[in-house]
Design a protein around this ligand. Sequence first.
Ligand SMILES: Cc1cc2nc3c(=O)[nH]c(=O)nc-3n(C[C@H](O)[C@H](O)[C@H](O)COP(=O)(O)OP(=O)(O)OC[C@H]3O[C@@H](n4cnc5c(N)ncnc54)[C@H](O)[C@@H]3O)c2cc1C
Length: 365
Amino acid sequence: MREFAESEILPHVMEWDEAQTFPLDTIRKLGKLGYMGSIFPEELGGAGLGYIEYSIIIEELSRVDGSVGIILAAHTSLCSNHIFKMGTDEQQQRYLPRLTSGEWIGCWSLTEPEAGSDAAGTRTTATLDGGEWSINGAKTFTTNAHYADVCVAMAVTDRSGAQHGISAFIIDKGTAGYRTGKKENKLGLRASATGEVIFSDCRLPQSQLLGKRGEGFVDSLKILDGGRISIAALSIGMAQGAYDAALKYSKVRKQFGRPISEFEAIQHKLVDMATEIDAARLLNYRAAAMLDRGQRVTKESAMAKLFASEAAVRIANEAVQIHGGYGFIKDYPVEKFYRDVKLCTIGEGTSEIQRLVIARQLLKG
Ligand SMILES: Cc1cc2nc3c(=O)[nH]c(=O)nc-3n(C[C@H](O)[C@H](O)[C@H](O)COP(=O)(O)OP(=O)(O)OC[C@H]3O[C@@H](n4cnc5c(N)ncnc54)[C@H](O)[C@@H]3O)c2cc1C
């Protein structure tokens, strides 16, 4: 993965970032190499690996370009995994081989303009009409939306059912009434595409319901348990990239006649950065190992995501500081890590929501 990231991605990172170019050819290549379905069984075209290996894949991609990391993460641990975990045999057979090979790209739409942290406040509706589902509403901030061949989206099927009144649906690109809207112009992760998904009387056969009717929201929370391992890995990868660049720079940049790495103030920064990366990685591998053993990881993945994302923001900040003025200039990679990494404290549940999730688990015990 490291060889691929350094030879196929690194030379293009800034060009993709500035032009907001979605790296479609690179994603197809990742599919051919088996990276688009790493956590799924070989019978479904996957690589049969676990979450630790998957985390390493996301880390290595994100160490070079977080945009590629988040594209793969949304495709794998959100869209494909929802179909794998909750789909019928027919749904798995139809979608997973195409998704795991990278022939199709997946997206996963939960967030709406008025329902972010409070995702149970979903307004998009799905009603049965003449034996078909009719979906109406709009989703926002969907990663991969504009390049996705298949979308898993949550919609209210029973308004009185509260958290048990939301269902998940699989929608193929080209379905009448399904389209993408605005593609966001972002602070960071600019080569990934984030945007709106719009449903206007989008008609689906009943076979496109994913999981049990009314359980789409609860299932989404289970999917997010694994998703948060991806975001922790994304954070760790970007933190590692920023740290590596800062360490290298500190050894070659001379001031007062000495490399700046000889100043204790700089050494302490490097020590804190390296220690936090190790701690984040170990927290995440614990969550990953538990998930691979089939254990519920609500608390552990939220802890890993919370710690890794907040540490990564601090690390990217210090990496810029170690570069001094050059850290502010686009000739060096750290300004991009500084911009990209902020998403990690927001996506798949903000830090505030992770603390809420962890607190619930602690108090329950
Ligand atoms: C680049 C990007 C990619 C994304 N990809 C996807 C995707 O693929 N699919 C998808 O469904 N969504 C995606 N999202 C959406 C993301 O998950 C949401 O942005 C996030 O959950 C926060 O929701 P919000 O933006 O509506 O913020 P809000 O919920 O409005 O939060 C605003 C602030 O209030 C705080 N807050 C809210 N409620 C509470 C509370 N109860 N206690 C304390 N503080 C609270 C929040 O922590 C935050 O600081 C993406 C977002 C971005 C920016």
